[in-house]
Design a protein around this ligand. Structure first.
Ligand code: ZN
Length: 201
């Protein structure tokens, strides 16, 4: 495994990891370590850069969100043990804070568009952003908090719309587009930003 750090124009610091065990190029964001791209040996540098630039909006939003927090943590670190403890504590608080923020936003959108739901719960899954059961219980991936706010709203509204329409029919998308123009485009862009590509500890 070969590691190097490069500064990418308009993006900043990116950790490049050449790993013979990689089958694909894998871009990830870590709240503490930052942006990381791993790839099989022999991958064209241009291909790596293309992937980074294709995700630049999301990467910039994530970096901006975590820069202040990281600065605070760096100031405090005296020895490694303390640093790890502090980071773990910060992340636990972050999760609690994240679920509080998401719940608040969910209730706001639910009231605004008159889409009531039954219960809201949080998961940290690798495969999906959210789901809505037949009983209108909505489950949201806590990693949502790492996304730019427009994508957060899109996911919340998508699940809220399922309280009314359980499938992904034309009707579903039409209704969703009415309250969130561009919903289908957000859906398309979100596929590039699958939760499994974000490391969240
Ligand atoms: Zn859906």
């Amino acid at each position: 495994m070969k590691k190097s750090i490069r500064i990418i124009k308009d993006i900043g610091r990116v950790i490049f990891v050449e790993n013979p065990r990689n089958k694909n190029i894998n871009l990830s964001f870590h709240p503490i370590k930052g942006i990381r791209i791993s790839y099989p040996p022999g991958t064209d540098y241009k291909a790596l850069e293309d992937i980074i630039y294709r995700h630049q909006d999301q990467l910039k939003a994530l970096t901006a969100q975590y820069t202040d927090q990281n600065k605070d943590q760096n100031k405090k670190k005296d020895n490694n043990n303390d640093k790890v403890k502090e980071q773990k504590a910060a992340i636990i608080i972050k999760k609690r804070e994240a679920s509080r923020q998401i719940t608040q936003r969910m209730n706001f959108l639910s009231d605004k568009y008159n889409l009531p739901y039954n219960k809201l719960s949080f998961r940290n899954q690798k495969t999906r952003w959210g789901s809505c059961s037949y009983q209108n219980n909505i489950s949201i991936n806590i990693q949502l908090i790492l996304l730019p706010s427009k994508f957060q709203d899109y996911i919340l509204l998508h699940e809220l719309m399922h309280t009314k329409i359980k499938n992904h029919s034309k009707d579903f998308w039409n209704e969703l587009e009415k309250i969130m123009p561009g919903a289908q485009e957000y859906n398309r862009q979100l596929k590039l930003f699958h939760p499994k590509k974000i490391e969240f500890i």
